[in-house]
Design a binder for this molecule. Sequence first.
Ligand code: UGA
Length: 447
Amino acid sequence: MALKITVIGTGYLGATHAAAMAELGFEVLGLDVVPEKIEMLQRGEVPMYEPGLEDLLRRHVAGLEGSSGRLRFTTDFPEVAAFGDVHFLCVNTPQKHGEYACDMSYVESALASLAPHLRGPALVVGKSTVPVGSADRLAAYLAEHAPAGGDAELAWNPEFLREGFAVRDTLHPDRIVVGVRSERAEKLLREVYATPVEEGSPFVVTDFPTAELVKTSANSFLATKISFINAMAEVCEAADGDVAKLAEAIGYDDRIGRKFLRAGIGFGGGCLPKDIRAFMARAGELGADQALTFLREIDSINMRQRGRMVELTRQALGGGPFLGKRVAVLGATFKPDSDDVRDSPALNVAGQVHLQGAQVTVYDPKGMDNARRLFPTLGYADSALEAVRGADVVLHLTEWREFRELDPQVLGEAVSAKVVLDGRNALDPEVWRKAGWTYRAMGRPTA
Ligand code: UGA
Protein backbone atom coordinates (compact mmCIF):
# COMPACT_ATOMS: atom_id res chain seq x y z
CA MET A 1 0.00 0.00 0.00
CA ALA A 2 1.19 3.52 -0.78
CA LEU A 3 2.82 5.39 2.07
CA LYS A 4 0.85 7.99 3.95
CA ILE A 5 2.71 11.18 4.65
CA THR A 6 2.29 14.01 7.11
CA VAL A 7 3.98 17.39 7.06
CA ILE A 8 4.26 19.29 10.33
CA GLY A 9 4.63 23.05 9.89
CA THR A 10 3.15 24.62 6.75
CA GLY A 11 5.37 27.63 6.17
CA TYR A 12 7.48 28.00 3.04
CA LEU A 13 9.11 24.64 3.34
CA GLY A 14 6.15 22.67 4.71
CA ALA A 15 3.45 24.00 2.39
CA THR A 16 5.64 23.31 -0.62
CA HIS A 17 6.71 19.89 0.63
CA ALA A 18 3.12 18.85 1.39
CA ALA A 19 1.88 19.88 -2.06
CA ALA A 20 4.86 18.20 -3.73
CA MET A 21 4.28 14.94 -1.86
CA ALA A 22 0.65 14.96 -3.06
CA GLU A 23 1.89 15.65 -6.59
CA LEU A 24 4.14 12.57 -6.29
CA GLY A 25 1.00 10.52 -5.61
CA PHE A 26 0.95 10.17 -1.81
CA GLU A 27 -1.94 10.80 0.57
CA VAL A 28 -0.81 13.77 2.62
CA LEU A 29 -1.97 15.39 5.85
CA GLY A 30 -0.44 18.78 6.70
CA LEU A 31 -0.47 20.24 10.20
CA ASP A 32 0.07 23.70 11.54
CA VAL A 33 -0.56 25.11 15.01
CA VAL A 34 -1.89 28.36 13.47
CA PRO A 35 -5.57 27.71 12.57
CA GLU A 36 -5.74 30.71 10.17
CA LYS A 37 -2.93 29.22 8.09
CA ILE A 38 -4.76 25.91 7.88
CA GLU A 39 -7.99 27.62 6.85
CA MET A 40 -6.18 29.42 4.04
CA LEU A 41 -4.50 26.26 2.80
CA GLN A 42 -7.81 24.42 2.89
CA ARG A 43 -9.16 27.05 0.50
CA GLY A 44 -6.15 26.42 -1.72
CA GLU A 45 -4.53 29.74 -0.83
CA VAL A 46 -0.88 30.21 0.00
CA PRO A 47 0.10 32.61 2.80
CA MET A 48 3.11 33.89 0.78
CA TYR A 49 4.04 34.65 -2.81
CA GLU A 50 5.77 31.68 -4.38
CA PRO A 51 5.46 31.09 -8.15
CA GLY A 52 3.52 27.93 -8.99
CA LEU A 53 2.76 26.92 -5.42
CA GLU A 54 -0.87 27.93 -5.38
CA ASP A 55 -1.55 25.99 -8.60
CA LEU A 56 0.15 22.91 -7.21
CA LEU A 57 -1.81 23.16 -3.99
CA ARG A 58 -5.14 23.60 -5.80
CA ARG A 59 -4.45 20.50 -7.84
CA HIS A 60 -4.50 18.39 -4.69
CA VAL A 61 -6.33 20.00 -1.75
CA ALA A 62 -9.37 17.87 -0.88
CA GLY A 63 -12.73 19.52 -1.51
CA LEU A 64 -11.54 21.87 -4.26
CA GLU A 65 -13.05 21.43 -7.69
CA GLY A 66 -11.04 19.14 -9.93
CA SER A 67 -8.45 18.33 -7.27
CA SER A 68 -6.95 14.89 -6.64
CA GLY A 69 -8.16 15.16 -3.03
CA ARG A 70 -4.89 13.70 -1.79
CA LEU A 71 -3.96 16.68 0.40
CA ARG A 72 -5.73 17.60 3.64
CA PHE A 73 -4.87 19.83 6.59
CA THR A 74 -5.44 19.73 10.32
CA THR A 75 -4.31 21.24 13.62
CA ASP A 76 -4.64 17.93 15.47
CA PHE A 77 -1.49 15.99 16.42
CA PRO A 78 -3.24 12.72 17.40
CA GLU A 79 -4.87 12.70 13.95
CA VAL A 80 -1.48 13.21 12.30
CA ALA A 81 0.12 10.46 14.37
CA ALA A 82 -2.66 8.00 13.52
CA PHE A 83 -2.59 8.89 9.81
CA GLY A 84 1.04 8.84 8.75
CA ASP A 85 3.76 6.30 8.05
CA VAL A 86 6.28 9.08 7.47
CA HIS A 87 6.13 12.41 9.34
CA PHE A 88 8.14 15.34 7.99
CA LEU A 89 9.12 18.06 10.47
CA CYS A 90 9.16 21.33 8.53
CA VAL A 91 8.95 23.98 11.25
CA ASN A 92 11.30 26.95 11.24
CA THR A 93 14.43 27.50 13.29
CA PRO A 94 14.91 31.28 13.46
CA GLN A 95 17.86 33.10 15.00
CA LYS A 96 17.46 33.58 18.76
CA HIS A 97 16.94 37.16 19.90
CA GLY A 98 20.23 38.74 20.89
CA GLU A 99 22.25 35.61 20.09
CA TYR A 100 23.80 33.89 17.10
CA ALA A 101 22.41 30.47 17.99
CA CYS A 102 19.23 29.18 16.37
CA ASP A 103 16.00 28.75 18.23
CA MET A 104 15.07 25.06 18.35
CA SER A 105 11.86 25.52 20.32
CA TYR A 106 9.49 24.94 17.36
CA VAL A 107 11.22 21.69 16.41
CA GLU A 108 11.23 20.53 20.00
CA SER A 109 7.60 21.38 20.59
CA ALA A 110 6.52 19.70 17.33
CA LEU A 111 8.25 16.49 18.35
CA ALA A 112 6.92 16.73 21.90
CA SER A 113 3.37 17.06 20.53
CA LEU A 114 3.77 14.17 18.09
CA ALA A 115 5.82 11.56 19.95
CA PRO A 116 3.33 10.54 22.69
CA HIS A 117 0.76 9.66 20.00
CA LEU A 118 3.01 7.40 17.93
CA ARG A 119 1.68 3.94 18.79
CA GLY A 120 2.78 2.03 15.70
CA PRO A 121 5.69 1.95 13.26
CA ALA A 122 6.57 5.46 12.08
CA LEU A 123 9.46 7.38 10.59
CA VAL A 124 9.87 10.97 11.76
CA VAL A 125 11.97 12.91 9.25
CA GLY A 126 13.53 16.24 10.20
CA LYS A 127 13.80 18.76 7.38
CA SER A 128 14.37 21.93 9.37
CA THR A 129 17.85 23.48 9.38
CA VAL A 130 19.31 22.61 12.78
CA PRO A 131 22.64 22.77 14.61
CA VAL A 132 24.68 19.61 14.15
CA GLY A 133 23.99 17.16 16.97
CA SER A 134 20.26 17.96 17.14
CA ALA A 135 19.12 14.80 15.34
CA ASP A 136 20.98 12.62 17.81
CA ARG A 137 19.30 14.36 20.74
CA LEU A 138 15.84 14.33 19.09
CA ALA A 139 16.18 10.60 18.31
CA ALA A 140 16.80 9.88 21.99
CA TYR A 141 13.75 11.97 22.89
CA LEU A 142 11.62 10.07 20.41
CA ALA A 143 12.77 6.68 21.69
CA GLU A 144 11.86 7.72 25.19
CA HIS A 145 8.47 9.32 24.52
CA ALA A 146 6.85 7.34 21.68
CA PRO A 147 4.69 4.43 22.93
CA ALA A 148 5.83 2.55 19.78
CA GLY A 149 9.37 2.47 21.23
CA GLY A 150 11.98 1.39 18.68
CA ASP A 151 9.32 1.21 15.96
CA ALA A 152 9.21 5.00 15.92
CA GLU A 153 12.44 6.13 14.34
CA LEU A 154 14.10 9.40 13.32
CA ALA A 155 15.87 10.38 10.09
CA TRP A 156 17.32 13.68 8.89
CA ASN A 157 16.64 14.94 5.38
CA PRO A 158 17.75 18.55 4.89
CA GLU A 159 15.97 20.77 2.40
CA PHE A 160 17.71 22.88 -0.22
CA LEU A 161 14.82 24.75 -1.79
CA ARG A 162 15.27 28.35 -2.83
CA GLU A 163 12.47 30.86 -2.42
CA GLY A 164 11.14 31.74 -5.84
CA PHE A 165 11.99 28.23 -7.10
CA ALA A 166 10.51 26.25 -4.23
CA VAL A 167 8.20 24.09 -6.34
CA ARG A 168 10.86 23.16 -8.88
CA ASP A 169 13.50 22.54 -6.22
CA THR A 170 11.14 20.27 -4.29
CA LEU A 171 9.85 18.24 -7.23
CA HIS A 172 13.21 18.06 -9.00
CA PRO A 173 15.84 18.35 -6.28
CA ASP A 174 19.48 18.53 -7.40
CA ARG A 175 20.28 16.08 -4.62
CA ILE A 176 18.47 14.22 -1.85
CA VAL A 177 20.43 13.80 1.36
CA VAL A 178 19.24 11.41 4.05
CA GLY A 179 20.82 10.86 7.44
CA VAL A 180 19.62 7.46 8.66
CA ARG A 181 20.36 4.86 11.31
CA SER A 182 18.67 1.83 9.81
CA GLU A 183 17.99 0.09 6.52
CA ARG A 184 14.29 0.46 7.18
CA ALA A 185 14.59 4.26 7.33
CA GLU A 186 16.62 4.34 4.13
CA LYS A 187 14.13 2.09 2.38
CA LEU A 188 11.18 4.25 3.39
CA LEU A 189 12.90 7.41 2.18
CA ARG A 190 13.85 5.75 -1.11
CA GLU A 191 10.15 4.96 -1.52
CA VAL A 192 9.15 8.57 -0.76
CA TYR A 193 11.65 9.93 -3.28
CA ALA A 194 11.36 7.17 -5.89
CA THR A 195 10.14 9.55 -8.62
CA PRO A 196 12.88 12.20 -8.41
CA VAL A 197 15.52 9.48 -7.96
CA GLU A 198 14.26 7.75 -11.12
CA GLU A 199 14.50 11.10 -12.88
CA GLY A 200 18.14 11.35 -11.88
CA SER A 201 18.35 13.18 -8.54
CA PRO A 202 21.37 11.78 -6.67
CA PHE A 203 20.43 10.08 -3.38
CA VAL A 204 23.14 10.51 -0.75
CA VAL A 205 22.92 8.37 2.39
CA THR A 206 24.81 9.62 5.47
CA ASP A 207 24.85 9.53 9.24
CA PHE A 208 22.97 12.16 11.27
CA PRO A 209 25.74 14.74 11.81
CA THR A 210 26.79 14.70 8.16
CA ALA A 211 23.23 15.24 6.95
CA GLU A 212 22.85 18.21 9.29
CA LEU A 213 26.21 19.62 8.25
CA VAL A 214 25.52 19.28 4.51
CA LYS A 215 22.82 21.90 4.86
CA THR A 216 24.72 24.44 6.93
CA SER A 217 27.90 24.01 4.95
CA ALA A 218 26.07 24.44 1.62
CA ASN A 219 24.56 27.73 2.81
CA SER A 220 27.93 28.82 4.22
CA PHE A 221 29.57 28.14 0.87
CA LEU A 222 26.93 30.16 -0.98
CA ALA A 223 27.31 33.03 1.49
CA THR A 224 31.07 32.86 1.05
CA LYS A 225 30.77 33.07 -2.72
CA ILE A 226 28.61 36.18 -2.49
CA SER A 227 30.87 37.89 0.04
CA PHE A 228 33.91 36.92 -2.00
CA ILE A 229 32.60 38.74 -5.06
CA ASN A 230 31.51 41.69 -2.93
CA ALA A 231 35.03 41.90 -1.51
CA MET A 232 36.33 41.87 -5.10
CA ALA A 233 33.86 44.67 -5.85
CA GLU A 234 35.44 46.76 -3.11
CA VAL A 235 38.89 46.14 -4.58
CA CYS A 236 37.65 46.85 -8.11
CA GLU A 237 36.27 50.16 -6.95
CA ALA A 238 39.58 51.09 -5.35
CA ALA A 239 41.52 50.02 -8.46
CA ASP A 240 39.06 51.22 -11.11
CA GLY A 241 38.24 47.69 -12.23
CA ASP A 242 34.88 46.22 -13.22
CA VAL A 243 33.55 43.48 -10.94
CA ALA A 244 30.87 42.36 -13.40
CA LYS A 245 33.50 41.60 -16.03
CA LEU A 246 35.70 40.02 -13.39
CA ALA A 247 32.87 37.73 -12.24
CA GLU A 248 32.11 36.73 -15.82
CA ALA A 249 35.74 35.95 -16.52
CA ILE A 250 36.48 33.91 -13.41
CA GLY A 251 33.10 32.19 -13.77
CA TYR A 252 34.15 30.54 -17.04
CA ASP A 253 36.46 28.36 -14.95
CA ASP A 254 33.99 25.62 -14.14
CA ARG A 255 35.74 24.91 -10.86
CA ILE A 256 34.53 28.38 -9.86
CA GLY A 257 31.27 28.62 -11.82
CA ARG A 258 29.30 31.73 -12.74
CA LYS A 259 26.41 31.39 -10.33
CA PHE A 260 26.23 33.36 -7.08
CA LEU A 261 28.85 35.82 -8.23
CA ARG A 262 26.57 38.82 -8.56
CA ALA A 263 28.10 41.68 -6.60
CA GLY A 264 25.82 44.17 -4.91
CA ILE A 265 24.21 44.90 -1.57
CA GLY A 266 24.64 41.30 -0.47
CA PHE A 267 22.62 38.41 0.86
CA GLY A 268 19.63 38.52 3.18
CA GLY A 269 16.48 36.52 3.79
CA GLY A 270 15.45 33.98 6.37
CA CYS A 271 18.26 31.51 5.69
CA LEU A 272 21.79 32.53 4.72
CA PRO A 273 22.40 35.20 7.40
CA LYS A 274 20.97 33.21 10.30
CA ASP A 275 22.43 29.91 9.14
CA ILE A 276 26.03 31.12 9.05
CA ARG A 277 25.61 32.68 12.50
CA ALA A 278 24.05 29.56 13.99
CA PHE A 279 26.84 27.52 12.42
CA MET A 280 29.50 29.68 14.09
CA ALA A 281 27.69 29.44 17.42
CA ARG A 282 27.47 25.66 17.17
CA ALA A 283 31.10 25.28 16.14
CA GLY A 284 31.98 27.28 19.25
CA GLU A 285 30.04 24.87 21.45
CA LEU A 286 31.86 21.97 19.82
CA GLY A 287 35.27 23.56 20.38
CA ALA A 288 35.79 24.00 16.63
CA ASP A 289 35.18 27.76 16.52
CA GLN A 290 38.55 28.47 14.87
CA ALA A 291 37.46 26.52 11.81
CA LEU A 292 34.62 28.93 11.18
CA THR A 293 36.07 32.32 12.14
CA PHE A 294 36.14 33.11 8.40
CA LEU A 295 32.33 33.16 8.48
CA ARG A 296 32.50 36.17 10.78
CA GLU A 297 34.34 37.96 7.96
CA ILE A 298 31.80 36.73 5.41
CA ASP A 299 29.02 38.16 7.57
CA SER A 300 30.83 41.44 8.05
CA ILE A 301 31.65 41.88 4.33
CA ASN A 302 27.98 41.25 3.68
CA MET A 303 26.67 43.74 6.20
CA ARG A 304 29.21 46.33 5.02
CA GLN A 305 27.65 46.38 1.53
CA ARG A 306 24.46 47.89 2.93
CA GLY A 307 26.47 50.73 4.46
CA ARG A 308 28.41 51.20 1.22
CA MET A 309 25.15 51.58 -0.66
CA VAL A 310 24.03 54.26 1.78
CA GLU A 311 27.35 56.09 1.25
CA LEU A 312 27.06 55.77 -2.52
CA THR A 313 23.63 57.37 -2.21
CA ARG A 314 25.04 60.18 -0.11
CA GLN A 315 27.75 60.82 -2.72
CA ALA A 316 25.17 60.81 -5.50
CA LEU A 317 23.26 63.49 -3.62
CA GLY A 318 26.31 65.72 -3.39
CA GLY A 319 27.90 64.33 -0.23
CA GLY A 320 25.95 66.38 2.31
CA PRO A 321 23.16 65.40 4.70
CA PHE A 322 20.13 63.49 3.44
CA LEU A 323 17.69 65.96 4.91
CA GLY A 324 15.06 67.08 2.41
CA LYS A 325 16.36 64.79 -0.37
CA ARG A 326 13.98 62.52 -2.24
CA VAL A 327 15.12 58.94 -2.70
CA ALA A 328 13.24 56.36 -4.78
CA VAL A 329 13.82 52.72 -3.89
CA LEU A 330 12.99 49.99 -6.41
CA GLY A 331 12.73 46.70 -4.56
CA ALA A 332 11.98 45.75 -0.97
CA THR A 333 12.20 41.96 -0.89
CA PHE A 334 15.46 40.12 -0.15
CA LYS A 335 15.41 38.75 -3.69
CA PRO A 336 13.10 38.78 -6.72
CA ASP A 337 10.15 36.37 -7.17
CA SER A 338 9.44 36.39 -3.46
CA ASP A 339 7.44 38.58 -1.10
CA ASP A 340 9.84 37.87 1.74
CA VAL A 341 11.39 40.93 3.39
CA ARG A 342 13.11 39.13 6.26
CA ASP A 343 16.56 40.67 6.73
CA SER A 344 16.20 42.24 3.30
CA PRO A 345 19.26 44.28 2.25
CA ALA A 346 16.97 46.48 0.12
CA LEU A 347 14.67 47.42 2.98
CA ASN A 348 17.62 47.83 5.30
CA VAL A 349 19.23 50.38 2.95
CA ALA A 350 15.88 52.14 2.46
CA GLY A 351 15.47 52.29 6.23
CA GLN A 352 18.97 53.68 6.85
CA VAL A 353 18.55 56.42 4.26
CA HIS A 354 15.14 57.29 5.70
CA LEU A 355 16.44 57.39 9.27
CA GLN A 356 19.11 59.84 8.16
CA GLY A 357 16.45 62.25 7.00
CA ALA A 358 15.72 61.50 3.35
CA GLN A 359 12.19 61.21 2.04
CA VAL A 360 12.11 57.62 0.81
CA THR A 361 9.51 56.12 -1.52
CA VAL A 362 9.57 52.36 -2.07
CA TYR A 363 7.99 50.21 -4.73
CA ASP A 364 8.17 46.42 -4.96
CA PRO A 365 6.12 44.14 -7.23
CA LYS A 366 5.17 41.67 -4.47
CA GLY A 367 6.67 42.75 -1.17
CA MET A 368 4.64 45.91 -0.41
CA ASP A 369 2.41 44.48 2.33
CA ASN A 370 5.24 42.81 4.18
CA ALA A 371 7.47 45.86 3.79
CA ARG A 372 4.76 48.20 5.10
CA ARG A 373 4.24 45.97 8.12
CA LEU A 374 7.97 45.93 8.91
CA PHE A 375 8.71 49.57 8.04
CA PRO A 376 5.48 51.56 8.25
CA THR A 377 7.28 54.92 8.32
CA LEU A 378 8.69 54.63 4.79
CA GLY A 379 6.76 56.06 1.86
CA TYR A 380 5.24 53.57 -0.57
CA ALA A 381 4.09 53.95 -4.18
CA ASP A 382 1.95 51.71 -6.39
CA SER A 383 4.36 51.57 -9.31
CA ALA A 384 7.98 52.18 -10.20
CA LEU A 385 6.99 55.29 -12.10
CA GLU A 386 5.13 56.71 -9.08
CA ALA A 387 8.03 55.85 -6.78
CA VAL A 388 10.58 57.78 -8.85
CA ARG A 389 8.43 60.88 -9.33
CA GLY A 390 10.47 63.89 -8.21
CA ALA A 391 13.35 61.73 -6.98
CA ASP A 392 16.85 63.13 -6.62
CA VAL A 393 18.26 59.62 -6.93
CA VAL A 394 16.85 56.18 -7.81
CA LEU A 395 18.14 53.09 -6.00
CA HIS A 396 17.69 49.70 -7.67
CA LEU A 397 17.91 47.25 -4.77
CA THR A 398 16.08 44.03 -5.76
CA GLU A 399 16.59 42.71 -9.26
CA TRP A 400 12.99 42.07 -10.35
CA ARG A 401 12.54 41.49 -14.08
CA GLU A 402 10.00 44.33 -14.06
CA PHE A 403 12.81 46.76 -13.19
CA ARG A 404 15.09 45.51 -15.95
CA GLU A 405 12.25 46.13 -18.39
CA LEU A 406 11.65 49.73 -17.29
CA ASP A 407 12.13 52.38 -19.93
CA PRO A 408 14.76 54.80 -18.61
CA GLN A 409 13.52 57.40 -21.10
CA VAL A 410 10.04 57.42 -19.52
CA LEU A 411 11.40 57.33 -15.96
CA GLY A 412 13.79 60.13 -16.83
CA GLU A 413 10.86 62.46 -17.45
CA ALA A 414 9.47 61.83 -13.95
CA VAL A 415 12.59 62.26 -11.78
CA SER A 416 14.13 65.47 -10.62
CA ALA A 417 17.67 64.17 -11.33
CA LYS A 418 18.59 61.30 -13.64
CA VAL A 419 20.85 59.37 -11.28
CA VAL A 420 20.42 55.61 -10.81
CA LEU A 421 22.41 53.48 -8.37
CA ASP A 422 22.26 49.79 -9.19
CA GLY A 423 22.67 47.86 -5.95
CA ARG A 424 22.29 44.54 -7.76
CA ASN A 425 24.42 45.03 -10.87
CA ALA A 426 21.44 43.93 -12.90
CA LEU A 427 20.45 46.91 -15.05
CA ASP A 428 22.12 47.54 -18.39
CA PRO A 429 24.41 50.56 -17.85
CA GLU A 430 24.56 51.32 -21.56
CA VAL A 431 20.80 51.59 -21.95
CA TRP A 432 20.49 53.91 -18.96
CA ARG A 433 23.46 56.08 -19.92
CA LYS A 434 22.14 56.41 -23.45
CA ALA A 435 18.90 57.77 -21.98
CA GLY A 436 20.91 60.46 -20.22
CA TRP A 437 21.20 58.89 -16.80
CA THR A 438 24.22 58.81 -14.52
CA TYR A 439 24.52 55.09 -13.79
CA ARG A 440 26.57 53.88 -10.83
CA ALA A 441 26.96 50.42 -9.37
CA MET A 442 29.13 48.85 -6.73
CA GLY A 443 32.46 47.66 -8.08
CA ARG A 444 31.94 49.21 -11.52
CA PRO A 445 33.72 52.08 -13.26
CA THR A 446 31.87 55.39 -13.07
CA ALA A 447 31.38 56.02 -16.79
C1 UGA B 1 19.04 29.77 0.31
C2 UGA B 1 19.81 28.69 -0.46
O1 UGA B 1 20.17 29.18 -1.76
C3 UGA B 1 18.96 27.43 -0.61
O2 UGA B 1 19.71 26.41 -1.26
C4 UGA B 1 18.55 26.96 0.79
O3 UGA B 1 17.73 25.81 0.73
C5 UGA B 1 17.77 28.07 1.47
O4 UGA B 1 18.60 29.25 1.56
C6 UGA B 1 17.40 27.62 2.85
O5 UGA B 1 18.29 27.48 3.70
O6 UGA B 1 16.24 27.28 3.07
P1 UGA B 1 17.15 31.54 -0.39
O7 UGA B 1 17.28 32.07 1.01
O8 UGA B 1 15.82 31.32 -0.97
O9 UGA B 1 17.92 30.13 -0.50
O10 UGA B 1 17.89 32.59 -1.32
P2 UGA B 1 19.16 32.61 -2.29
O11 UGA B 1 18.72 32.41 -3.68
O12 UGA B 1 20.24 31.76 -1.77
O13 UGA B 1 19.59 34.14 -2.13
C7 UGA B 1 20.04 34.61 -0.86
C8 UGA B 1 20.47 36.05 -0.94
O14 UGA B 1 21.69 36.15 -1.65
C9 UGA B 1 19.50 37.00 -1.64
O15 UGA B 1 19.38 38.16 -0.84
C10 UGA B 1 20.17 37.30 -2.96
O16 UGA B 1 19.84 38.56 -3.45
C11 UGA B 1 21.63 37.22 -2.58
N1 UGA B 1 22.54 36.93 -3.71
C12 UGA B 1 22.43 35.77 -4.39
C13 UGA B 1 23.51 37.84 -4.07
O17 UGA B 1 23.64 38.93 -3.45
N2 UGA B 1 24.35 37.56 -5.11
C14 UGA B 1 24.25 36.41 -5.80
O18 UGA B 1 25.05 36.21 -6.74
C15 UGA B 1 23.27 35.49 -5.44
